[in-house]
Design a protein around this ligand. Structure first.
Ligand SMILES: Cc1cc2nc3c(=O)[nH]c(=O)nc-3n(C[C@H](O)[C@H](O)[C@H](O)COP(=O)(O)O)c2cc1C
Length: 435
């Protein structure tokens, strides 16, 4: 069975037929008006190749025209929908959605790829995979086959459907052992495929898909005691840029005396304060801010929370950093949670570091996904990376001990800081201390 996506556009002009999908098009020339008219009816429907040929003959087409039809269908394969009734339809979702039906032996055991997933899309169920350039629309009748495919099904049991799943990259014949795929976690490969273009047909980039107002540029301040921090002069001479860059390294062991609150204030001011609030403007229709580090889309969705274990002049505890007021706001975190935050940070260093201060970077996710589709979270992680580097460089210039961490407990962080995990939770962790 073949068809075209409902949103495909078929045009026939100057003897050239073009089928355009949202992600690309394919053209064919040398067609007859009868074939062009048949293909023009295909968007949104699925018919058998033989029915199509029969219709051509019924409308007075010659045998040569039927042969031409099959040639044209072969050429159009990357933009065609392929179906096996009543089980499934394979809808192309990307350029280069090649489709060549394999012909393995009947006794071949076919198994679902470990990268495939089933989810609800609209009112239906779809099977997707980062390795595929098609999406499979499933019916309820396909469920027993799908369930059996977790262990493996001989090709002969459902040859048409299984050949289609093999052709579109959802199944592996036998035991696959592609070294390029062996190390990929399921979620990482999906994330990679969906946060860049080329392998999906989802909305992408700055789509501004929500009607409501964006989250404010600056988070509403939590209640709590405020501790004003020093605002250092930025004119003071320091080490050269090259000396900072070349001297930067991760340090996981600390001096006998801890960091001071003055150093902490200077560090935060130089790396992460809000320099100014920027009103909405053409091209960026939302309130923004400028800060020492670059931020994807100037969205600045990241927030900083400090878990303090040893800082002269500052009580141990958990604080929110107000980047505009340049002060800390003490949070009513449970001491056990604060200890657990520090222990997990220490574990990330293999138990080497016992940091003076853990800086947890959270994201106010809605601020970013109000603007961007598909890439919002990937852009957030990139911004976390540049903030890490800014932390590293400022700490090095100040003679402090910095170290970025690759993991943290987002659930624990949400609980410690009194946040809703889905709305704002941790995306980065950085430790500093005295040298
Ligand atoms: C994104 C990122 C994650 C990191 N995660 C950890 C970590 O979890 N534990 C740790 O001890 N060091 C971590 N580091 C520090 C690296 O191990 C360190 O940068 C690397 O070994 C190079 O050493 P250098 O920073 O001294 O040049 C991380 C660094 C970055 C940039």
């Amino acid at each position: 069975m073949i068809g075209l996506r409902a949103d495909a556009a078929v045009t026939w002009q100057d003897g050239v037929l073009t089928v355009a999908n949202p992600f690309g098009s394919v053209s064919a020339r040398g067609l007859t008006p009868g074939i062009a008219a048949l293909l023009g009816e295909l968007p949104g429907v699925v018919v058998s190749d033989d029915d199509l040929a029969g219709k051509l003959l019924a409308e007075g087409g010659a045998a040569e025209e039927v042969a031409l039809l099959y040639l044209v269908l072969d050429r159009l394969r990357p933009v065609l929908v392929h179906g096996v009734d009543p089980l499934l339809r394979a809808v192309p979702i990307a350029r280069d959605a090649g489709f060549t039906l394999p012909d393995p032996a009947a006794e071949t055991i076919v198994r679902l790829s470990r990268f495939a997933l089933v989810r609800r899309a609209g009112d239906g169920l779809v099977l997707e995979s980062p390795l595929a350039r098609h999406r499979i629309e499933l019916t309820g009748e396909a469920m027993p086959l799908l369930a059996a495919l977790s262990r493996g099904v001989p090709l002969a049991e459902a040859p048409e459907a299984l050949r289609l799943l093999l052709a579109t990259g959802f199944c592996d014949p036998g035991e696959p052992d592609d070294p390029a795929l062996r190390g990929w976690d399921f979620h990482d490969l999906l994330f990679h495929s969906r946060t860049r273009v080329g392998r999906h047909d989802e909305p992408f980039g700055a789509t501004y898909r929500f009607q409501e107002e964006p989250e404010p540029a600056l988070k509403k301040l939590p209640e709590g005691e405020a501790i004003e921090l020093v605002r250092p002069s930025l004119d003071a001479d320091g080490p050269s840029f090259t000396a900072v860059l070349e001297g930067r390294r991760s340090i996981r062991q600390y001096g006998d005396t801890g960091l001071t609150v003055g150093q902490l204030g200077e560090f935060l001011y130089r790396a992460a304060r809000v320099r100014g609030v920027v009103p909405p403007q053409p091209g960026a229709p939302y309130e923004s801010s400028t800060r020492p580090y670059p931020g994807g889309g100037a969205v600045y969705e990241l927030e900083l929370y400090l878990t303090v274990d040893r800082c002269e002049g500052l009580e141990n505890g958990v604080y929110y950093y107000d980047p505009l007021g340049h002060r800390l706001i003490r949070l009513p975190a449970r001491p056990g949670d604060a200890r657990a935050m520090l222990a997990i940070a220490s574990m990330a260093t293999g138990g080497i570091a016992r940091p003076d201060v853990l800086i947890t970077i959270t994201s106010r996710f809605r601020r970013m996904n109000w603007k961007y589709s598909a890439l919002a979270y990937a852009a957030t992680l990139k911004t976390v990376g540049v903030l890490y580097q800014t932390f590293y460089l400022v700490a090095t210039a100040m003679g402090l001990a910095p170290c970025g961490l690759g993991s943290g407990d987002a659930d624990l962080a949400a609980r410690t800081f009194g946040l809703d995990w889905a709305e704002e939770s941790s995306v980065g962790d950085f430790i500093i201390g005295s040298v």
